[in-house]
Design a protein around this ligand. Sequence first.
Ligand code: PLP
Length: 301
Amino acid sequence: MPAPDLSKGVAFVRGQYVPIGEASIPITDWGFLRSDATYDVVTVWDGSFFRLDAHLERFMRSCQRWRLDPGLTPGQITGVLSQCVRLSGLRASYVEMICTRGQPPWGSRDPRLAVNQFYAFAVPYVWLANAQQREAGLHLMISDVQRIPATSVDPSAKNYHWNDLTMGLLGALDAGADSVVLVDSVGNVVEGPGFNVFCVSHGALVTPSEGMLEGVSRRTVIEMARALGLETQLRALPADELRGAEEVFISTSGGGVLPVSRVDKRPVGDGRPGPITQRLVQTYWAWHADPVYSQPIDYSL
Ligand code: PLP
């Protein structure tokens, strides 16, 4: 029998490493039936994890928040993620770790009795914007769909409560935009499907401070801004301020800093990625070579 093709990705399920196309979970896992799960995504660039410690720390915190136990230490998770990447041979990869509720014994609906499950996979690097969009900027729409309130589902712990984000995204795509950002109950923008949002307003960098996931890429942008001497404000960001901003970009593990050239069909600035955005894009990729943030994977094991 020919060896399976692992280059499309490798998953870790029930203690086994399998080709991504063969990975499956039981249909009765509450991760599937109830979106009762948490996850995190770390990237591999040029054969090294980027900010793995920050992602592991957030993953463990999310597990704790949702009363989920992955059953593995951060060190053991690192071992599993590394093995997924190593087996795939991928040097640029999107690596996801997941903990699901699992299922309680038959007949019980008590989540405390469920045996939580840990899954992971590595697939080729995922970009939230294609090459043309990275060059020219994304067209973002501000949706009137409200992000699920933080008092209902804590957005700072990663979760699969994405119906609001998906409905907002469908509306934006139908209207000819590339992606969407959602608002809170008083009309401040919060976040989009898989990304945080930033703008340059009156010369300062502004990003929402509440109602969103504290993205690791968001943290990287804040740290880069400090290193570059840019004033940064973490505060409420009204939709109209985003519409009138000098520059707009999003931050995500799916591509880092991605420029936005239109908000609600109106050009941002002169309609091209602005100078601060471009500097942050360059710095983001330059920091990938910094051993403080990058952890090489040994592919020879
Ligand atoms: N907001 C949401 C809802 C997300 O799902 C994500 C990433 O998946 C982000 C923001 C950005 O987080 P990060 O920069 O850690 O990728």
